[in-house]
Design a protein around this ligand. Structure first.
Ligand code: ADP
Length: 724
């Protein structure tokens, strides 16, 4: 089939189905109504014009209770028409048929309204309370229809007594409700599987027919009414072993047998004398009592079974979650946890599992698993581990946006066409839950179910959410552990470098001091020669002081004690002063410095800290400047001041550039260049504390440019802290 043709049918078949389904439902209701009404007319005993048991009342009530409200109006119309068709066929005038149609429509409508008011939707006979509500609502809802029906019968059919007619109408409606509605409701709603087997069901049917025949089928004169109680153990058997459906079916079988035999003049109720109607009414009342008893017993059993199943499910769930927690916390590697999580899911709650992680704005697929390991290669090919997901309509992408769990119970052709993976594996429904911990989104866990007719439901969603919570904690722990390990490694590396860096000037100072001490009493020329070493001592002391200053600044920053003391400062003057102080170092390094500064670049800054920024940038330019010229530019616009330090030295590798402003980060080998990896960190922290920014541009081998931008007025919070 070509794509175009498939596309046409793919779209038009559901549309066709959408149009035809309501019409088909109305036609089915019309036929069912006519069929059960005709059956009821078999129980009309003249001179009464109405049936002894009105079975359509049970059918329509059950259908209205189950259906959505939008279907009520067309169905009311169908009921009126069907009733008119049946009644006119029995020779009654059209206006009576119409009035009775209205009466028949009023019953299910009022019953459904009462039940909707007091019970949850969808209504099911699952608790004793539901049965009582349903019978009570049925009995009350039968009243309006009864009044309309009886009034029209008295007015147009010359019925002698309104109340006789009303009572017989109401009782036939209630009998119909109790006999038929529970079966329809039980068939239309989900109930636990019956514990009895097919063979047992056949035995039960045989036993029911035999005992029914024994009780209701014999000669009326031989039968006592006490014999009729023999049916109770068999209906109880149906209730205990075959649930609500079995119980209602058993009582209907018995009812038909009993009514049929009683009408034939057989059984315990046939010998009571009186009219045929009185005898059938008596047997109906007996059956209704047995039906209600059986139904209540079945509901109690179903409630008990449901509670036991729920307890088993909860136990099962708790066991799964506790073993999942143990498995997830067995490793401190994030990747191992993600793999284990996917495995756990396909072992228990999914056929396919895909886990996406959130990383720097992208959402790569971190782990996949399939219940059938031989399919995993195909799944990997389709989802591509590590590749970011492009499909914005995927459950994971939706959850990433909303951070809310998602349950998709029906994935149709549309979704399958959109996402090849869903079609390839025949995915029926899916669940996507966020992996969130401490308010941070770590990723999304998506589960797919492929068994037709068994979509995911709210309990699966709750289980997935619980699992995702535990997994998120395990992943977070692994990440924290990794960060802690990295921090420890960085600290150890820093301690090694710092001790080396501090040791070098100290050794050099110690040597100089020892030399001075050894020669303090020596000849004057030697002392003069020793005095030549003083500049070296000074340099080493300055270096030592700078290192200690860097360490102090960092410890202050880490402890959150970087306080700014603001005043009017001229940035150009600070730069010139620093360059002056470094003239000796600059001369020794062979770097030419050019300063281009605007007049009076004044702002409210911390002078000492600003000097630290300038010094750190100039020191780096000298250190990494490769003896080439250094250009410093100071400028100012209305609200901002800028400082640019450019060198033409070794440059910075592109992959290291984003990291150089972080603590302990270095882009050179410790052997080639001394340093603690703190200078730029201090620069960034001071600049940001003033509300400014710093950035670096660099080309490896061609030099680097550092640009600092500062607001001339410090942010209000800084000013307030300064005044405070
Ligand atoms: P340190 O210079 O003590 O290593 P910094 O924090 O001052 O620490 O600098 C961090 C890293 O950035 C340096 O190790 C170096 O690799 C790189 N870097 C800084 N300034 C320059 C520059 N002007 N040219 C080339 N690389 C630089």
């Amino acid at each position: 089939m070509s794509r175009g043709v498939r596309g046409f049918f793919g779209r038009s078949v559901p549309a066709l189905r959408r149009c035809c389904a309501p019409a088909a439902r109305c036609a089915a209701l019309f036929l069912a109504f006519v069929l059960v009404a005709q059956t009821s007319y078999a129980m009309v005993f003249p001179p009464s014009k109405s049936a002894l048991v009105w079975l359509p009342s049970g059918l329509t009530l059950a259908l209205f209770v189950i259906a959505r409200e939008v279907r009520w109006v067309p169905w009311l119309l169908v009921i009126v028409l069907a009733e008119m068709a049946v009644v006119t066929r029995h020779g009654l005038p059209l206006h009576v048929a119409f009035a009775w149609g209205i009466a028949n429509g009023l019953l299910p409508l009022s019953a459904a309204l009462i039940i909707r008011r007091f019970a949850a939707v969808p209504f099911a006979l699952c608790r004793v309370r539901d049965v009582l509500l349903f019978v009570g609502a049925g009995a009350a809802a039968a009243i309006p229809g009864t009044l309309v029906g009886a009034a029209s019968a008295v007015a147009w059919l010359s019925m002698p007594s309104f109340w006789d007619m009303a009572i017989s109408w109401w009782s036939s409606d209630v009998l119909g409700i109790v006999l038929v509605a529970p079966l329809v409701l039980a068939c239309a709603t989900r109930h636990p599987r019956p514990s009895g087997s097919a063979l047992e069901a056949l035995c039960l049917l045989a036993a029911l027919l035999s005992v029914g025949w024994l009780v209701f089928g014999g000669n009326a004169s031989d039968r006592t009414r006490a014999l009729s109680y023999l049916v109770i153990p068999f209906t109880a058997w149906a209730a205990l072993r075959f649930g609500i459906r079995g119980a209602t079916l058993a009582t209907i079988v018995l009812d038909f047998l009993a009514v049929w035999q009683t009408m034939e003049g057989r059984g315990p109720f046939a010998g009571t004398g009186g009219s045929a109607a009185a005898r059938v009414l008596e047997v109906q009342l007996f059956i209704v009592t047995v039906s209600l008893f059986t139904l209540l017993l079945a509901v109690v059993v179903a409630q008990h079974l449901e509670a036991r199943a729920a307890a088993e499910r909860a136990e099962d769930r708790a066991e799964f979650l506790s073993s999942a927690s143990a498995a997830l916390s067995a490793s401190l590697s994030r990747d191992a946890i993600l793999t284990e999580l996917a495995r756990l899911c396909v072992r228990r709650i999914a056929h396919l599992c895909v886990i996406h992680t959130v990383e720097e704005g992208a959402m790569p697929c971190a782990s996949v698993a399939h219940a059938d390991p031989s399919q995993e290669a195909t799944l990997l090919r389709m989802r591509g581990r590590g590749a970011p997901d492009k499909c914005a309509r995927q459950p994971a992408a939706l959850v990433l946006g909303t951070r809310e769990p998602l349950l998709l119970t029906e994935l149709g052709c549309d979704e399958h066409e959109h996402d090849a993976m869903l079609g390839a594996f025949g995915v029926q429904s899916s669940i996507a839950v966020p992996l969130v911990v401490r308010g941070r989104m770590l990723g999304v866990l998506t589960l797919y179910a492929t068994t037709p007719g068994q979509p995911y439901g709210p309990p699966d969603l709750a289980l997935a959410e619980d699992l995702a919570r535990r997994a998120a904690v395990a992943i977070d722990n692994a990440c924290l552990y990794r960060d802690a390990q990295e921090a420890i490694r960085a600290r150890e590396e820093f301690l090694a470098i710092a001790s080396h860096e501090l040791n070098t000037p100290i050794t050099s100072l110690l040597l100089a001091v020892q030399l001075l001490k050894a020669n303090v009493d020596g000849p004057l020329e030697r002392i003069e020669r020793l005095l030549d070493k003083l500049p070296l001592v000074e340099r080493q002391t300055k270096k030592l002081a700078r290192l200690v200053d860097e360490l102090l600044s960092v410890s202050r920053i880490t402890a959150g004690r970087l306080e700014l003391s603001l005043s009017e400062v001229d940035l150009a003057a600070v730069v010139r002063g620093a360059a002056e102080r470094f003239s000796e170092d600059l001369a020794r390094s062979g770097c030419q410095v050019t300063i281009r500064a605007d007049e009076d670049v004044i702002g409210r800054w911390d002078a000492a800290r600003l000097e630290q920024v300038v010094v750190n940038l100039i020191t780096n330019a000298i250190k990494y400047g490769d003896k080439r010229p250094i250009e410093i530019a100071v400028g100012g616009e209305a609200g901002t001041a800028s400082l640019v330090v450019r060198d033409h030295g070794i440059g910075i590798p592109a992959d290291r550039l984003p990291h150089i402003f972080a603590r302990f980060e270095r882009a050179v080998s410790a052997r080639a260049y001394s340093g603690l990896g703190l200078g730029l960190y201090i620069v960034r922290t001071i600049v940001e504390a003033h509300g400014g920014s710093v950035r670096a541009e660099s080309t490896l081998g061609s030099g680097s440019t550092f640009t600092v931008e500062l607001p001339r007025a410090s942010p209000p919070a800084v000013e307030a802290a300064h005044r405070g």
